[in-house]
Design a protein around this ligand. Sequence first.
Ligand code: GTP
Length: 360
Amino acid sequence: MTASDPHYSAPRPRGSSLAGKAYWAMVQRVTVIAGAIDVGYIFLFAWLGASTLAWINVLSVLLYAAAYGLIGRKQNTLALLLIWFEVMAHAAIGSLLIGWDSGFHYFLLLFIPAIVVANSRGFSAPIVLGLLLYYLGLKAVCDQWGPLTPLPGAELRTVFWVHVCLVFAMSASIAAFYRRAILSAERSLVEQAQTDALTGLRNRTGFQSQASEALARSQALGESVAVLLGDVDHFKQFNDRHGHEAGDRVLIHVARTLQTHARGGDLLARWGGEEFLLLMPGCTQAQAEAAAERIRQAVVGTQIPIDGAEVPLSLSLGVACLGPEESLQSGISRADRALYDSKHAGRNRVTLALPLAVPA
Ligand SMILES: Nc1nc2c(ncn2[C@@H]2O[C@H](COP(=O)(O)OP(=O)(O)OP(=O)(O)O)[C@@H](O)[C@H]2O)c(=O)[nH]1
């Protein structure tokens, strides 16, 4: 693989588009559920002898089917308007025909969380206020003129209980949807905060959040742990000569090379600008030195094609094997001093850190 490989592109930020897709997938599921509920209503109202309401539910099923199709064709706004129209008209006609006590109006309340949470354009307050006015207006109209086709008491109570149960179930599932969306956004933010956007490796924060635990585990098992610090040679010169974008491609290339050589349990991070850190649990000094040498050779063996010419590249490395109770910070400092020695000895080499000084 070369640095000009298409795989070298930096990872894209995640999150926002997924939330949008998840929202519309949820709305599409709602059209199916609402349509199915309305099919149930057709039978319920036919059985209760409220044939007008049964026919209105036939219309509602058709509207939900149309909204489902519109979302499938990405005409989301139109679908949403259709759903709004269906719920508002259904609540109004139902309340007027069989009375406010039927509980048809409760369905209007389901819009409140959806308006507040999903409205990204800052129009929530006026829309909720409009809904409140519609709600109160409907109550006033029902008090004045309804019910136009009243149902006997027992049947009305049945409709009321069905509505209350449905509104509870729908409120709970809307809340569950938003909870899942929040948790997923939180996970994505944590991941972004711990990931280096250029190389896709862990950044310092991501490394530190996992490294202490990995080190403690290995030290508890009595395993040796090594740290390897690598730094691209003359990178400033490279940037100055070939430009920052070419420099970025080099960093991505080095990151991929390190990833290829890291083992399953190793933790790899971009430690600084052109500096990379590899924590190798269960790795002896000899194994770590051999791994560092393989990485150095892999990097030096690469010719990065820049502006039509092959540009050489090299990496200096420092390796430290941690003492049984040595802290990660101390191990990294020793690896850093070893890396500094590599640079001073002429670069493109691996240097082993001095052993940890034993207190007298
Ligand atoms: N392209 C690019 N350059 C970066 C990035 N982060 C840091 N750098 C550059 O890396 C260079 C590091 O330069 P120095 O610390 O002097 O190191 P060097 O030139 O590699 O010299 P030696 O390490 O001594 O071999 C600076 O020019 C930074 O601007 C990055 O994300 N992309």
